[in-house]
Ligand binder design. Structure first.
Ligand code: AMP
Ligand code: GLY
Length: 421
């Protein structure tokens, strides 16, 4: 299978690494890719493309005669990249723009969940500050205020501070005439991420994971795209995955099919296990980052076969997925300033030394090679260091041993990823 993978983060490096090791893959082109994906194997190459241009991606897929296109990030999906590839007759793992609205608009997601009877937080979609004040009063603290657009996991403010809630809401509501903000009931309890492959009608769950969204140890600091993750979840209640499939993923996919906008790709279910039961916190229309780094590290079956089955509407013919019993932990190394204005250009050393350790591999995200050939920071989240081990504690030790060998001036990482498991 000739595969074209769109994106350039650590999630795409993880996807590329698994696809490259897959006997079904004859060649893999990553567009635009990163310095990590450029070094995977002889049959993997990076190609430049405007990832958010439907025409450019469809043209590249045709030129490569790709058998499968896999779209990593949300922005190309919302821009209609999958629509264009599908229209060109090429199987694509990733929903069309209208189905990706499940991630692109929180108000749309709430509407789909209401129609499909999927449990989620009560919410008000507000367009004026009067509506915001009323909704904040109705729910009380802690306040949950969500930008209604795509915000890379950073548009949500959860706070006890009413003024901070009002300020964030005002920034969202006042952006333009059509903007809105979602005010929600606060959900208590642990959060999990369950990825489901969807073929428009059916879903196949992957292994569950947990992500650490806040920047600093002890879940302090601002929300980020994710600072670390682990899988499996030894503490998860029996039947959790089946429950999520039956009560969340399948009804959502069926509702989208009923609306004539079938969801083909990765349905990311972000869930809270609250004192009152399971609730959806968010949907994403793509693999999560950094959860993908740990989920794929544990997948033993063919990823290419699974993604191709979803893309071609044949998940019913996919053999059961096999997983290693080993655990995986990933720790994200972010640049100075993340999640705000990041400093770029700091030199990174020690990646190879980290990978010399047993059970450790390093995935690139915001990295670049400078004129002298040195690896430098070029984005917010710079690297994902992944450790595998026989249990979470062993995987965690491996990941942190890897992090210790890497040096990045001003680099930030959490020291408590998977510490309490
Ligand atoms: P979202 O972009 O909707 O995933 O929100 C980002 C993060 O904010 C989530 O992963 C949660 O940690 C937190 N969050 C979102 N909604 C709620 C809620 N209703 N109650 C508590 N925390 C929330
Ligand atoms: N790790 C959270 C996300 O990918 O949205």
């Amino acid at each position: 299978m000739k595969i074209l993978l769109i994106g350039s983060g650590a999630r795409e490096h993880a996807l590329a690494r698994s696809l490259a090791a897959d006997p079904l893959t004859t060649s893999l082109v990553v567009a635009p890719g990163n310095p990590g994906t450029a070094r995977i194997a002889a049959n993997v190459t990076n190609t430049d493309v405007d990832a958010n241009s439907p025409d450019a991606v469809a043209a590249l897929a045709q030129e490569l005669q790709a058998d499968l296109v896999v779209v990593g990030p949300e922005a190309p999906l919302v821009a209609g990249v999958a629509d264009a590839v599908r229209a060109a007759g090429i199987p694509v793992f990733g929903p069309n723009g209208d189905a990706a609205t499940l991630e692109g608009s929180k108000a749309f997601a709430k509407d789909v969940m209401a129609a499909a009877n999927v449990p989620t937080a009560m919410a008000h979609v507000c367009r004026t500050m009067d509506e915001v004040t009323e909704a904040l009063d109705a729910f009380g603290p802690p306040y949950v205020v969500k930008d209604d657009g795509l915000a890379a996991g950073k548009g949500v403010v959860v706070t006890e501070d009413r003024q901070a809630a009002l300020d964030h809401a005002a920034a969202c509501v006042n952006r333009d005439r059509r903007s809105s903000v979602v005010i929600e009931e606060y959900l208590d309890g642990p959060e999990i991420s369950l990825f489901c492959l969807a073929d428009g009608e059916r879903v196949v769950p992957l292994a569950p994971a947990q992500d650490f969204k806040r920047l600093a140890d002890g879940d302090a600091g601002p929300n980020t795209g994710g600072m670390g993750a682990y899988s499996p979840l030894p503490w998860a209640p029996e039947g959790l995955v089946d429950d999520v499939v039956e009560r969340v993923a399948l009804p959502t996919v069926q509702e989208l099919a009923r609306r004539g906008t079938p969801f083909v790709g990765l349905l990311y279910c972000g869930l809270a296990l609250t004192s009152r039961g399971l609730r959806v916190v968010e949907f994403n229309a793509r693999f999560g980052d950094p959860e993908t780094q740990v989920v794929l590290a544990r997948l033993e079956s063919s990823l290419a076969a699974a993604l191709h089955a979803a893309a071609t509407g044949t998940l019913d013919q996919l053999p059961d997925l096999r997983w290693t019993s080993d655990a995986a932990v990933t720790v994200v190394l972010a640049a100075s300033g993340y999640p705000g204005q990041v400093r770029q250009g700091d030199v990174i050393t020690g990646v190879e030394a980290a990978e010399d350790l047993p059970g450790v591999h390093v995935l690139h995200a915001g990295t670049a090679t400078d004129d002298g050939g040195a690896l430098v920071a070029a984005g917010g989240r710079v690297l994902s260091v992944v450790g595998l081990g026989e249990d979470i504690a062993a995987a965690r030790s491996a990941a942190y041993a890897g992090v210790e060998r890497i040096s990045l001036d001003g680099g930030q990482f959490r020291t408590d990823i998977a510490a309490q498991v």
